[in-house]
Design a binder for this molecule. Structure first.
Ligand code: COA
Length: 204
């Protein structure tokens, strides 16, 4: 958990991450604008907005935006930002679990025994990660996503609100599991699934 940091993004997601960090007694120095340079110098959600160029010495950033989070992090890293992370005080993390320092773990999220949470992954409000489950870097578990034990969620995968990934399942890198889906079979990389039981589909 980083004690003083900037949140990358200026949208509602960034406001939410800033709240979690404040609850965890972190000091938020400001928001980093990645898309709309005209916002730099303004105040958004009560926080000053800075550009990504010329980070302050030892400036640490946590991703507070959706979309291509890997690309956003690359931009920050190239500009010299260091990675920060947030763990909400109401999260429950098993002592044997390993949470990367740049991961974000939200309110009432639960991480089971021997689970691994990768760099820049986000477990949103009430997300559940079962024992011995691996969550890849940059993966997003939206509120209430429930991943059973002994499962794997690949790099950059997106799990919608309230979905279920039953135990022992592999969700590939960059895959999308729609909100409310129940995934009972492996999901290949980059594939999108929805429904109960989850089936692959093509976006409209
Ligand atoms: C999966 C998701 C991203 C859909 O985006 P998409 O891939 O662009 O899909 P589309 O919106 O084009 O919809 C494609 C089809 O899937 C259906 N669909 C979309 N989401 C669905 C869902 N969660 N469950 C079942 N069907 C769904 C649509 O009705 C549409 O069906 P149609 O072709 O018969 O009309 C979105 O529905 C979702 O689940 N988002 C997660 C939201 C979330 O967790 N937000 C976090 C807020 S804090």
């Amino acid at each position: 958990m980083t004690r003083s940091l900037y949140v990358a993004g200026t949208g509602s997601f960034a406001a939410e991450i800033a709240e979690w960090a404040a609850d965890a007694a972190a000091e938020i120095y400001g928001l980093i604008e990645l898309q709309q340079p005209q916002r730099v110098g303004s105040v958004v959600h009560g926080m000053p907005v800075v550009g990504r160029e010329a980070p302050p010495p030892e400036g640490r950033a946590v991703l507070g935006l959706g979309g291509d989070r890997q690309a956003s992090w690359r931009q920050l890293e190239e500009a010299g930002w260091l990675a920060g992370g947030v763990v909400h005080p109401t999260a429950h993390i098993a002592r044997s679990a390993r949470v990367a320092p740049s991961a974000t773990v939200g309110p009432q999220a639960v991480v089971g025994a021997e689970a691994e949470i990768g760099e820049h992954a986000i477990l949103s409000r009430g997300a559940l990660v079962g024992h011995h489950t691996q969550i890849g870097s940059f993966a997003t578990l939206n509120p209430g996503a429930n991943v059973g034990g002994n499962s794997r969620v690949g790099v950059g995968a997106f799990l919608g609100m309230g979905c279920v990934v039953v135990n022992g399942i592999s969700v590939g890198a960059g895959a999308t599991v729609a909100a409310g889906a129940v995934t009972i079979r492996d999901v290949p990389a980059e594939v999108r699934v929805q429904g109960v039981p989850a089936q692959s589909y093509s976006p409209g």
